[in-house]
Design a protein around this ligand. Structure first.
Ligand SMILES: [Zn+2]
Ligand SMILES: [Zn+2]
Length: 140
């Protein structure tokens, strides 16, 4: 499943693209991209050395509130930011190195909580985290 790249979506939204915001959006493009704010900064600075951490945070926060980037908490560590908000994917994480992949398991759309476990909530989303060991960290 391919999704529209973040930068293209932002252009379509007429988002104000300063040079700094543009490189931030560029380094977050692609599939399986789940960078921390520090990693976004590091990569953005390789293209534009004057990018600041404050700008990275401000931009990420703005993109999150626009719904174009999703914070991902994959069980500990700093928050990571996921540009693929539109395809309803789930995550597979390595318990050792934290490598995080997008996965699209079948059947989850049909997954329902029993009435007795709604606790008055209206459920609008379901997110499943698959955990394991990647091929580099492989463990029994
Ligand atoms: Zn690993
Ligand atoms: Zn993802």
């Amino acid at each position: 499943m391919t999704s529209v790249p973040l930068l293209d979506r932002l252009r379509a939204l007429d988002w104000r693209l300063t040079p700094q915001r543009r490189v931030i959006a560029e380094v977050m493009g692609g599939d399986h991209v789940h960078l921390t704010a520090e990693e976004v900064l590091e990569r953005a600075r390789q293209r534009l050395p004057e990018v600041s951490l404050a700008t990275v945070y401000n931009t990420l926060n703005e993109l999150v509130s626009m719904g174009e980037v999703q914070p991902v908490d994959a069980g500990g560590g700093p928050t990571r930011y996921d540009p693929n908000t539109k395809d309803g994917h789930h995550h597979l994480v390595c318990l050792v190195c934290g490598d995080l992949r997008d996965v699209h398991p079948e059947g989850l759309e049909a997954l329902e909580l029993p009435r007795s476990e709604h606790f008055g909530f209206r459920v609008v989303n379901r997110e499943v985290l698959f955990q394991g060991y990647c091929s580099n960290c492989g463990r029994p």
